[in-house]
Design a binder for this molecule. Structure first.
Ligand SMILES: NC(=O)c1ccc[n+]([C@@H]2O[C@H](COP(=O)([O-])OP(=O)(O)OC[C@H]3O[C@@H](n4cnc5c(N)ncnc54)[C@H](OP(=O)(O)O)[C@@H]3O)[C@@H](O)[C@H]2O)c1
Length: 294
């Protein structure tokens, strides 16, 4: 198959390498030319392109079997309205007239507000339930506009709403080891995570078997409170706590732990497509990272 991965950053690279390993042709797109070189060095086709400007899309993207959109803000000027809503509108319009057969857009579970720790699934209306700060609501609206534009583009498409991504090079191990950031927390707010390899697998399953027009939540299915997560990680790494119930930041300021979007995400709909996470909770995921030295 010919796969295009637009916004080929942390997730996109892992996804692309997985497709490559199975013999598919992968074209990774992002704006930064030096990052494009790095993708090429790992065996992918790659090009510098801006999702906002179809004039920059390479010819190789025409007729792709699968296009995965997994862009995220990386520049100061990148707001959600531009990075998600405008970029998805632009790509969706282009894709339908350039024979792209399938699109998967990677959105975020941050569209859901603070639901007081309730369990949620795809049937929950993100804006109608839960509380959003004004900023969170504006971001959620932009993400939902992006989702709608891809699902309504005329191309067979699905959305994957990802929980917080962690994995090699993106995790809390160094911060806790250095006791630089959270020394100890008693955060009662639930957080939802997914290991990058499991997310890449989820995107692939949705690309293969997802029902067009559907949204799938990708989360390991084992939400934990911030407090439980840090208790476990401090204990596992044997790092002494400096403060209790607070965040200890680089600038030595002690701040109380803040609950943001307190909810617990189910993943049954994704599992029903045949996806099973290799790391069903942060414990397995972090254990693997720690033993691998990552
Ligand atoms: N990180 C998380 O915890 C998290 C949580 C929930 C959902 N998600 C979603 O998961 C997906 C993958 O996230 P990630 O962590 O892999 O992101 P990432 O590492 O930041 O990579 C995304 C890449 O998108 C590129 N990009 C941004 N705007 C672009 C544009 N207009 N045209 C082309 N490329 C553009 C950026 O590279 P250039 O600057 O080179 O263009 C950036 O490196 C995103 O859709 C994100 O919203 C992430």
């Amino acid at each position: 198959m010919r796969i295009v991965i637009a916004g080929c950053g942390y997730l996109g690279r892992v996804l692309g390498l997985g497709y490559l390993k199975e013999g598919h042709a992968v074209l990774g797109l992002r704006r930064d030319p030096s990052a494009v070189e790095a993708l090429r060095a790992e065996g992918m086709h790659a090009a510098s392109a801006d999702l906002l400007d179809p004039g920059t899309y390479p010819v190789g993207a025409i007729g792709a079997d699968v296009a995965v959109l997994c862009q995220a803000p990386s520049r100061r000027s990148d707001g959600y309205g531009v990075t998600y809503a405008a970029a998805c509108e632009s790509f969706g319009r282009w894709a339908v007239s350039h024979e792209v057969r399938r699109i998967v857009f990677v959105s975020s579970t941050s569209v859901y507000g603070d639901l007081g720790g309730e369990w949620i699934d795809e049937a929950v209306d993100p804006l109608a339930s839960g509380k959003h700060s004004a900023e969170a609501r504006a971001k959620a609206e932009d993400l939902l506009r992006a989702e709608r534009s891809i699902l309504g583009s005329g191309v067979s498409a699905c959305v994957v709403r990802s929980a917080g991504i962690y994995g090699p090079g993106r995790n809390r191990i160094a911060a806790v080891r250095g006791a630089q950031v959270p020394a100890a927390t008693k955060g009662e707010s639930y957080t939802n995570r997914i290991h990058v390899e499991d997310l890449a697998a989820a995107v692939r399953v949705v690309a293969d078997k997802g029902v067009p027009g559907e949204v799938y939540i990708a989360s390991d299915g084992s939400p934990s409170t911030q407090g439980d997560f840090y208790d476990w990680l401090f204990g596992r790494l044997g790092v002494r706590r400096l403060f209790d119930g607070c965040l200890y930041t680089d600038d030595q300021t002690v701040r109380p732990v803040r609950g943001e979007a307190n909810k617990r995400c189910r993943n049954a709909k994704l599992r029903a497509l045949g996806w099973t996470p290799r790391y069903p909770s942060y414990k397995e995921g972090y254990e693997h990272l720690i033993t691998q030295g990552e």
